[in-house]
Design a binder for this molecule. Structure first.
Ligand code: FAD
Length: 411
């Protein structure tokens, strides 16, 4: 599925960004983050490919795993760093065969220790050239086609995202020129834009306006990083040339030795930015989670309050499956096993959930229910007269899902 199509619907589309672990470490932080946020039904999940000159492997595999596990698109970030055009084509094939449908096309940062980006001798200098190469593959033009006019390749069908910079790109002081370079990426075939983080909603809104004025007519999605430390915001500001609004800076300065106060100030500020951008009709927000769910969760909880959020469920559960799932939940919640032994009940419920999980593979909700129910079943029957803490916690979670309309989205 092309991610850009999701933005054709009304209301903000929420997506997440995670980053691969350092080589050799586990992917636990990524999947823990996603598991924690999946109840908010993110529309897709982007997986970075190293940044600020650091390279990390695993991006394509993790993006593909996300798609298989949660049934939502995993978008690998793909840079030109150290890659020839042949390497790029090979890796694009790896994506195709891993059933990746969208790719985030980037030039990448200069390698660690280098001041300037040095392209591979047979590679690309700018992201726009990468977009062009991917677009050519989408037209069935492989590198072989260049020398052999009779060579026919099977067209790929990748959706393409590119990066935009509301505060300008750190290598180019002239924001107007940088915007023109963004337009080049759009002209070459990009489908949507995700921006660098920023600390001033007005700068983002002005950027969107300026982009529209020069004919950029694809969705521009703000990148939001829920920072909570003074050092982080200073680091991002310095490394990426992002302006900290004067008022915010003064507030942070005068509270810089009070970690809790800084956290509160930054949380409030980020929340206010999100609300302002949503009010102005943003098609979506991409949250840079940094593989930690807490900051993003706080924001999403607030944005969901009063059903401001539109759940883009990829799972529209059928009425009969909804009923059988509810019956299964009922048995667990009431402990009313009838003449069946707990083991038999477990088998029945497992079968029902497995069936749903299979059919609604795309449904992250099922995974969550399954996890919760797994604990509950493991703890034995629950007597509703004496609800224990597990019962209450699961019941609360289920109620929350109901409130958010996840289970009431009956086809
Ligand atoms: P480009 O669009 O090629 O731009 C690079 C610079 O060249 C800009 O200054 C631009 O104005 C200029 N330029 C472009 N075209 C021309 C031209 N024709 N002539 C002259 N100048 C030109 N980095 C990673 O390594 N991994 C990631 O996963 C990653 N994810 C990111 C996600 C987001 C949302 C964003 C915003 C950035 C991400 N980056 C990532 C960082 C990115 O790689 C760097 O910012 C990099 O320095 C520029 O990449 P780009 O794709 O924007 O390059």
């Amino acid at each position: 599925m092309k991610v850009a199509d999701l933005y054709k619907q009304d209301g903000p589309v929420y997506s997440l960004e995670v980053f691969p672990p350092r080589n050799g470490e586990t992917t636990d932080a990524i999947f823990n983050t996603i598991d924690n946020l999946i109840g908010f039904q993110p529309a897709f999940i982007s997986v970075t490919g190293g940044a600020l000159g650091s390279l990390r492997g695993g991006t394509i595999a993790i993006a593909s795993d996300i798609k298989r596990k949660y049934g939502i698109e995993g978008i690998p970030h793909f840079t030109c760093v150290n890659r020839s055009i042949q390497d790029i084509e090979n890796l694009m094939m790896e994506m195709k065969f891993s059933e990746i449908d969208n790719v985030f096309a980037l030039r990448g940062d200069p390698a660690l220790g280098q001041k300037e980006f040095t392209p591979h001798p047979e590679g690309h200098k700018y992201a726009s050239e990468l977009v062009e190469q991917i677009k050519a593959l989408n037209d069935g033009e492989y590198l072989m086609s260049k020398d052999n006019k009779d060579y026919e390749g099977i067209p790929t069908d990748f959706g393409i995202a590119v990066a935009g910079y509301p505060d300008g790109h750190v290598e180019l002081a002239d924001k107007t020129k940088d915007l023109e370079n963004l337009k080049l990426k759009v002209d070459k075939g990009a489908d949507y834009i995700v921006t660098q983080l920023f600390f001033d909603a007005d700068i983002f809104l002005e950027f969107v306006e300026n982009a529209k004025n020069i004919g950029i007519d694809i969705p521009i999605i703000p990148g939001i990083m829920p920072l909570d430390k003074y050092g982080q915001i200073k680091f991002c500001s310095k490394q990426m040339g992002i302006e900290i609004p004067k008022k915010l800076n003064e507030k942070l300065q005068s509270n810089k030795d009070d970690k809790e106060a800084v956290k509160e100030i930054l949380e409030e500020h980020t929340m206010a930015m999100c609300k302002k951008i949503i009010e102005q009709g943003t098609p979506g927000i991409q949250f840079f989670t940094m593989d930690k769910p807490e900051g993003t969760k706080k924001i999403l909880q607030e944005l969901c309050r009063g059903k401001e959020m539109i759940f883009r469920s990829s799972t529209i559960i059928s009425a009969s499956d909804f009923a059988s799932l509810n019956r299964a939940l009922d048995i667990v919640f009431t402990g009313n096993y009838g003449d069946k032994k707990p083991d038999e009940v477990k088998t029945i419920i497992d079968a029902c959930l497995n069936d749903c999980a299979k059919k609604y593979y795309k449904g992250s909700v099922d995974n969550l229910v399954k996890n919760e129910l797994g604990d509950l079943i493991g703890a034995g029957p629950v007597n509703p007269e004496h609800p224990n803490s597990i019962y209450r916690s699961v019941a609360d979670k289920m109620l929350k899902f109901h409130e958010k309309g996840v289970y009431t989205e009956v086809a």
